[in-house]
Design a protein around this ligand. Structure first.
Ligand SMILES: [Zn+2]
Length: 247
């Protein structure tokens, strides 16, 4: 059976001397693993269109137990990612997140839209890295069914106090009067507003908020801790991204 779809290449592995196996986030079929026959042959047009982080039009052929990419034509290659180790490591982390959270055969238009936007902002230096990371992490968690409870204090319903406290394990928020554990993250209210913005805004607006570098670092730290505690695992690509930042 043949399907035409668009998709973003998240992973590339060589198979023998000529073929490769790619993992793709497709609009129609969720995460798909597909062979590209002859990709490594000289002048194969499919090779660049099935390279890492390439967003392409794909013609997929489904055999009994695998997919084959018949045709591939690039739409966007995100060339700007390739010159910078920090950018590439963050993009690899986004790929690993998507491969973990999105199921096979699940229609994935919303996931695709999020990751394509994040890669666009990253490749074209449109926003600080920490901002792109925080938006991607938190919105992805919300889309995957792990929306934290950010509307008001969990205990008394207070909407805002100057500082609020976030329980990253349970995704709950507490006000100044109700916080009972010093293990929770103290968040300036502007940071809580940024998290609400990312979680609750219409998609078109999720990247557009302003915060200084310190706040963005805190935001990115909190969204990361929340994601890791919900996923109950580590991500090698995230460890690498964080180690690159310290070089
Ligand atoms: Zn309270």
């Amino acid at each position: 059976m043949r399907t035409n779809t668009d998709g973003l290449i998240l992973k590339e592995q060589n198979i023998g001397e000529k073929d490769k196996l790619v993992t793709v986030l497709t609009r129609q079929n969720g995460i798909v693993r597909a062979f590209v026959r002859g990709a490594k042959s000289l002048n194969n047009r499919k090779n660049s269109a099935t390279g890492m982080f390439c967003y392409s039009k794909l013609s997929l052929y489904k055999t009994k137990d695998s997919y084959i990419i018949d045709e591939a034509e690039p739409i966007e290659t995100f060339f700007g990612l390739r010159s910078d180790l920090t950018k590439i490591s963050l993009a690899q982390y986004f790929s690993e997140l998507v491969m973990t959270l999105v199921q096979e055969s699940e229609p994935s238009g919303e996931y695709l839209r999020l990751i394509l936007n994040s890669l666009y902002f990253l490749a074209n230096n449109k926003l600080p890295h920490e901002q792109i990371k925080a938006v991607t992490e938190l919105r992805l968690m919300c889309m995957a069914g792990y929306m934290p409870s950010l509307v008001a204090c969990e205990r008394c319903g207070e909407y805002e106090t100057d500082t609020m406290y976030f329980d990253s394990e349970n995704g709950l928020l507490y006000c100044e009067g109700c916080v009972s554990s010093n293990a929770l993250f103290a968040l300036d209210i502007t940071l809580v507003r940024s998290m609400r913005h990312i979680a609750f805004s219409d998609f078109e607006k999720i990247y557009s908020f302003k915060a200084d570098a310190n706040s963005l670092a805190d935001l990115s730290y909190v969204t990361e801790k929340y994601l890791l505690s919900k996923m109950q695992r580590s991500f090698k690509t995230l460890d690498f991204y964080n180690s690159v930042g310290k070089l």
